[in-house]
Each structure stands twice: as C-alpha cells, then as structure tokens.
Design a protein around this ligand. Sequence first.
Ligand code: ATP
Ligand code: MG
Length: 417
Amino acid sequence: MNDILPGASSAWQHLESVLREVVHAYGYTEMRLPLLEKTELFKRSIGEVTDIVEKEMYTFEDRNGDSLTLRPEGTAGCVRACMEHGLLHNQVQRLWYGGPMFRHERPQKGRYRQFHQLGVESFGMAGPDIDAEMIFMTARMWQRLGLEHTTLQVNSLGTPQARSSYRAALVEYLKGRYDELDEDSRRRLESNPLRILDSKNPALQVVVEAAPVLPDYLDEESREHFAGLLALLDAAGIDYEVNPRLVRGLDYYSRTVFEWVTDQLGAQGTICAGGRYDGLVEYLGGRPTPAFGFAVGLERLLALLQESGVEFPDGCPHLYLVLVGEQGRLRGLVFADELRDALPGLRVQCNCDGGSFKSQFKRADRSGAEYALVLGDDEVEQQTATLKPLRTDAGQEVLQQQDTAARLRKLLASAPV
Ligand code: ATP
Ligand code: MG
C-alpha cells in the first residue's frame, strides 16, 4: 500500500482530471460507492474459483458477525447499488467511479495491495456500438494523456452455450496434457478451466498456446456481434489485435472482452481491461440486463506515462509572499487573498511564522514557487510590492500593489493560472 506524497500528488490529480474529463465528454456520470461490501457479493459476482476470491480478498467479521470484504474491484458494488436503487429498470445507464481497491497479492512492480482504478460501466445496451463507444473512450484517454506504446487486444467469448462446448473441448485437451499442468490448473480443470488460459505461470505457456481456441466455437449471433464491433473500430481507425486466447474466466461474461497492454512495464503490462457481462445482473437476482464495463489501473497508467517521459504539471505555488517587518506581516495575508480574488487559480503561499529575509527566501525557493513577492514596511507605506523571479535570471521589478495581479496574469500566461 503506497503513501502518495506531496511530490507525487499533482501527477495523480492531473491523471484523474484528464480521465474525468474524458468520461464526462461521453456523458457518463459518477457514482460514489462504499469501500466495503458483504463478502457474499464478491463470492457470487467474481466467482468462488478465482484468484481474487480464493487468495486475494481482505475479509473480516464486523461487530455483528457479518462477513465483510474490502472491495477488490468495483463492478460488483456498482451492480449491487444499481439494483438496490432501481437504476436498471426500464432505463439505460452510463456510469463511472474511481478509488482504491484491495487485493492481498504478492507485491511487485505494478502490483500492489491497495491500488486505484477508474471503473466505467454501462447497463441496458446489448449491441456492439456501446462496446465500441467505451473502447473509443479508452483510446481517447491515452491520446489526451499523450500516451503511445499501448496495444488493444480484443476477443469474443460468445454466449454461455457456445462457451460450454468450447469448455468441453478445452477440458478434453488439457486432460491429455495433465502431467504438464501445475497444481492450480489441475484444480481448475473441473471448476473453471478457462481461467487456466489466463495463468501467469510461464511454464504453462506451451500448453496454453496449443490449446483449442474460442473463436472456433462461437455461435452465429456472437460472430455477428464481434464483426459489428470490429467494423466500428475500423471506421474509427483504432488499431487492434484479435487475441483468441484472451479470456475472462467467469460464467457471466459474454461476447466482447478487451485489454490494453504495453510491453514497457514488464510482466504487469495490462493497464486497462474490460468486457461485456450480460449475465451478471440476473445472476445477482435482477432482471436480465446487458452490461459492459472496464477498469483502468491507475498506478500502471502513471508508471507508463512516467516511462514514456510524459511531463505533468508540478502543482507548485506560483508565488511566495516574503513579509518583512510588522507592516508587511499585517498586510501580507490580506494582500495574498486580494491576489487570489483577482486571479482565480493563482497558487499563493504566504510566509508564516516570521523569519529573516534570508530564511524566508530559502523557504520561497523550497516551495518551488516561480516568483517571490516582497512586502516590507517601505512597500506597504508606498503601496508597492517587489517581484523577484526565482527560476530565471530576470531582474526584480517594483509593482504598484493594485497592478500586481495584472502583471502576474501576463507573466504566468505561459504557465496557465
Ligand atoms: P492481472 O492479470 O494483472 O492480475 P487482473 O485481471 O487481476 O489483472 P482486473 O481485475 O481486470 O485485473 O483489473 C483491471 C486493472 O486493474 C488491471 O488491468 C490492472 O491495470 C489493474 N490492477 C489489477 N490488480 C492490480 C494490482 N494488484 N495492483 C495494481 N494494479 C492492478
Ligand atoms: Mg490479478
């Protein structure tokens, strides 16, 4: 679990604000959901025979003896909330949420026990156009963030019926190579064989690569649905790879699945994953409701942006007020507020707790501010202020206090206020 320290938080804010802007541009609205849900919800929705439920959940009993779990992902809670508040009845929904998720995994680069996701879900739309819209949205996120080096992989899982005939063929094949399977896979052979294809064990890759593939078992309608999606991606000029081994091994997933992957982050290369889950709402006790969603892993996305040398705004103050003498100290806090009123968005830090001229300038420098503005007794008397650039060799200027905001607006035009 990471502390996000002052030096890192502005990169997070930048990332989150760009992502928010993009989801809002598509007309999606935010849901704010609890971090805790009943354990049962995750067991049912994610499935008992998955890494998450078997090994990764933070589960505990509360004071009433109810079993609760820190959310390992957001879809389950989102569906629960929508059902509880009647948001799925005779209407479509386009929703998003963000925040921390918790999984007790082995910590490594790109894999943490508390990590952050942006989740986006839609309900009530069955056609491939909503799948395409949501994939367009992810492409726009990368574009707006200045990200290259990501590849879109897509596949179709078909209907549950198509998948069950595929499953039978897969099990037969895997039984023939039983000796090569690891312990997890042997256990999953009966319970959840599709998940074996998703195994992270490199020793299994040979077995996985020679396995029968799902597209050969697709039903006609799913084939058409998938062709419809690909046509929409083509029309938008979005490059993709069809990866017939891309699966999500849960029963309620159907048709489209996709991932955005990069080779720049080592083994943890998936920055965004999602797909269609038409069966889930009904499975959790609601009416049959088509649904599509995805989640972006923010730590990985941030790491990839840093890897690619994308620059973030630093969030430092624009201005540090150096206050000398009694008059300067009295006027300083008020003058700082006047500047904030005149220039919305201006970041001003005002020296507090006194200190010599020299030590105040040291603090100004450490704050990262671009300019120091000095108010001493003389300045106060003459209603002036002395502006001193801290990051360039440009000379200082004496300004009338009433002209200071206008001067700053001009100077900061290159670094938008
Ligand atoms: P992986 O195959 O990497 O284990 P997953 O299938 O468990 O991923 P999802 O449940 O699909 O992941 O979550 C969506 C995204 O959230 C992932 O693509 C990834 O970017 C991010 N993510 C998942 N688990 C973690 C984690 N432990 N730490 C950081 N990011 C994570
Ligand atoms: Mg995982």
